[in-house]
Structures are given as structure tokens and as C-alpha cells.
Design a protein around this ligand. Structure first.
Ligand SMILES: [Zn+2]
Length: 388
């Protein structure tokens, strides 16, 4: 890992020397540099996963809301010291303007899950397809943008459905300010050991689960039952303990296409039971924009601005560590300090996704509403191309 990060240490030195760079990584213009070429927020060609998170670190994401229990969910998480990411459907978000502001005030991140939750790979093939794809993001953006914390605009495609044509449409529009599509690592589908035939009557046998799949009958082959909250908790725990890191997919509301008689918002109860167990096991929670492979796309403030702010705010001792790290890095004398500056500059995967070929095989929705997770194969993970 250290070897992989070494090129970034060189990049960081350039950043540190550029005291007033508007965008820190813009300092990496030396043709001999191995710094990322893409450092600004922009939609990318392939899904971004959460595998760059440190061990025992999770990013809770909630799709398709907000709904009647979203505030209750957010309040619970806030009380637990957790900041989460809410990929909202615009037509739902329009009904909760006060909630949007409250989420931002409490440090949660609201994000774009399109206006109407249509499959964009279908939309893009229709009349005026590319324009309609862009419109799906723009209408949502008009509702959410004022309450997106730090202007960290994140996008997740409904059903994870995404391809080169959708990418091209968004990339050529003002909606290219969005970073994404943000995929998920955990909670995306229900599976059983060794590919065994699903046995929904014995949920304890499952090794992974998707929240919507727990609550709704008919979503699993031969399914006749709705699982209990604790059964779903147990399977989420099983997957999280096995994976140790990643972006978790859940839903704080069902899409309106779900029959009204279906259980609603059971996931809030799932979270309330799951989170205390995970915190007792020392799992940490971050927002999706803190996933290193995602954070890398957001411009950082100039390094010296932070140093100056610390200096202005307190005694010299407050910035002693920053100065020491900078001096050591500039001298090239300390691996530890160099690595510290690497973390300032962002992860090594920053530009990799922008150059990876588009995923030409989006999940299919077999005619049944399947929130976001209609495939058993999550597809290729983004390539790690290092700092080149
Ligand atoms: Zn969705």
C-alpha cells in the first residue's frame, strides 16, 4: 500500500508548494508528475464502490425517499453520532423542504437519485433520450441543491442502471457536477451459500440480503413470507462482518409502485436494531462523500488555508503538527509525514474511474419493481490504476 501511494507523495509536495492554488491538485501540472488528471467533481463512466474505505468503516446510504419515517431515521442516526447519505427521488423530496434543511444542518448528505426513479438506460433510448436523462437529474437538482452539504453533489442511478450512453448524456451537461454513479457493496441482493437454491422459508440460511427483499413477498423465487426485522438484521450483520467495509444500500421508503399493502419503511426498524450492534463492534460510519474513491473528486481547499486558519485561531502550538508534517515532507525525510500528506491529497484511485470503459451490462428489471438491486452479480469493481 505504501509503495502504491508513493507517487502521490510527490504530488503532495507540489500541492504544498502551491500555497494559493484554487484547486489543490491543479498544482500537479508538471508533465513528469504522476498525479491524477481528473480532480474536479464529475460523473464518471463506471460505478464507484466503497472498497477504498478503511477496514471496519461503513457508509450508510438510503434510497428512494424521503418518506414519512425519514426524519425519524435521521434523528436516530444523529443521536448515534452517525452521518448518512440520502439518495432522494426528487418527486418525493419536493414534499419535505423543511426536512432537507434539517438533514443538512445535522450533517447528513442529500443526494440525487433522479426525479422520477426511471431506468435511465431505457430513458436514454427514447425520443430526446439524452435530454430526458439530463432532465431527470436537473429536476431533482433544482429541489435538492440548496441543501447539499458543501456542494458535494452525489448521484446514484435508479436500479443501478447505467451505461455509456447515460454517462455521455450527463457528462455533456451541467449535471456533470455530480460525482457518481455511487454503487453499493453491501445489502444489494439476497444470496445463499455456494449458490444454493434460494430457500426463503429459511432466511437464516441467507448470507446476504437486500432490505426490500426482506419485507416484500414475491421478490425471491418461491417466496411466500416476509422476514422479520431481526431476521433481516442477522443477515445484514453476517454480510457486514464478512466484508468489514463498504457502502451499504437501504431504502427509507418504497417507491410508489409498491402496493400500499406492502410493509412500509421496515428498514428504519432494521437500522435501529443493527446500528447499536455494529457500534459495539467498533464499526465506524461515514458519509458516501467520505469514501476515498469518491472524496478524491471533490476539490480540496488550499492546504495553506487550513494552516492559516489554525494559526489565526489559536496559539502556535495548534499548527505545530501541520508545519512539522509539511517540513518533513518537503525534506523527504519522513515516510510517515509523506504518507500524511498523501491522505491530504486524496486516495490513489482518484482518476481511475474516469478512464475505465463503461459498463455495458446494466442490471435488468424483469418487470417487477426491484429497488436498485435487481442483479445477483454486482459487476466489475472499478480498476485501481494508482496515480496515473
Ligand atoms: Zn432507487
Amino acid at each position: 500500500m505504501r509503495l502504491a501511494l508513493r507517487p502521490f507523495a510527490l504530488c503532495s509536495l507540489a500541492i504544498l508548494a502551491a500555497a494559493n492554488a484554487a484547486v489543490a491538485l491543479a498544482a500537479c501540472s508538471d508533465s513528469s508528475s504522476t498525479c491524477p488528471e481528473t480532480t474536479s467533481a464529475a460523473v464518471v463512466a463506471n460505478d464507484i464502490y466503497g472498497q477504498s474505505l478503511p477496514a471496519d468503516t461503513l457508509a450508510l446510504t438510503f434510497d428512494d425517499g424521503p418518506g414519512p419515517r425519514t426524519e425519524e431515521l435521521a434523528d436516530f442516526l444523529t443521536a448515534k453520532g452517525i452521518k448518512a447519505t440520502f439518495f432522494m427521488v426528487g418527486k418525493n423530496a419536493a414534499n419535505y423542504p423543511a426536512l432537507l434543511a434539517k438533514l443538512k444542518a445535522n450533517g447528513h448528505l442529500v443526494a440525487n437519485h433522479t426525479q422520477n426513479h426511471n431506468d435511465l438506460t431505457t430513458v436514454v433510448n427514447g425520443a430526446n433520450g439524452p435530454a430526458n436523462v439530463v432532465n431527470e437529474l436537473t429536476l431533482n437538482d433544482n429541489i435538492l441543491a440548496a441543501n447539499v452539504d458543501q456542494n458535494h453533489f452525489l448521484f446514484r442511478a435508479p436500479y443501478f442502471a447505467y451505461n455509456a450512453n447515460v454517462y455521455a448524456a450527463i457528462h455533456a451537461s451541467p449535471m456533470d457536477k455530480y460525482v457518481g454513479p455511487v454503487r453499493a457493496d453491501i445489502g444489494t441482493f439476497t444470496s445463499y451459500p455456494n449458490g444454493a437454491s434460494p430457500n426463503p422459508e429459511v432466511p437464516a440460511n441467507a448470507v446476504t440480503a437486500a432490505d426490500w427483499d426482506c419485507w416484500q413477498t414475491g421478490q425471491r423465487p418461491g417466496d411466500k413470507t416476509t422476514w422479520t426485522t431481526q431476521q433481516c438484521v442477522n443477515i445484514y450483520l453476517k454480510e457486514i462482518r464478512a466484508q468489514r467495509r463498504g457502502i451499504i444500500l437501504m431504502h427509507d421508503i418504497w417507491d410508489g409502485t409498491i402496493a400500499p399493502s406492502s410493509p412500509q419503511s421496515n428498514t428504519i426498524d432494521l437500522v435501529k436494531a443493527l446500528v447499536p450492534v455494529l457500534q459495539a463492534e467498533n464499526f465506524k460510519f461515514v458519509r458516501a462523500d467520505e469514501v476515498p474513491d469518491i472524496a478524491a473528486y471533490f476539490p480540496k481547499p488550499p492546504v495553506d488555508a487550513g494552516v492559516d486558519a489554525a494559526r489565526d485561531a489559536g496559539p502556535d502550538a495548534s499548527d505545530a503538527g501541520l508545519d512539522a508534517a509539511r517540513d518533513a515532507a518537503l525534506d523527504g525525510a519522513s515516510d510517515a509525514a509523506a504518507d500524511a500528506t498523501v491522505s491530504d491529497a486524496g486516495p490513489a484511485d482518484a482518476a481511475a474511474d474516469a478512464t475505465v470503459a463503461a459498463d455495458a451490462s446494466p442490471p435488468t428489471d424483469g418487470g417487477t419493481f426491484v429497488p436498485d438491486a435487481g442483479e445477483s452479480n454486482p459487476g466489475p469493481k472499478p480498476a485501481d490504476a494508482g496515480c496515473k
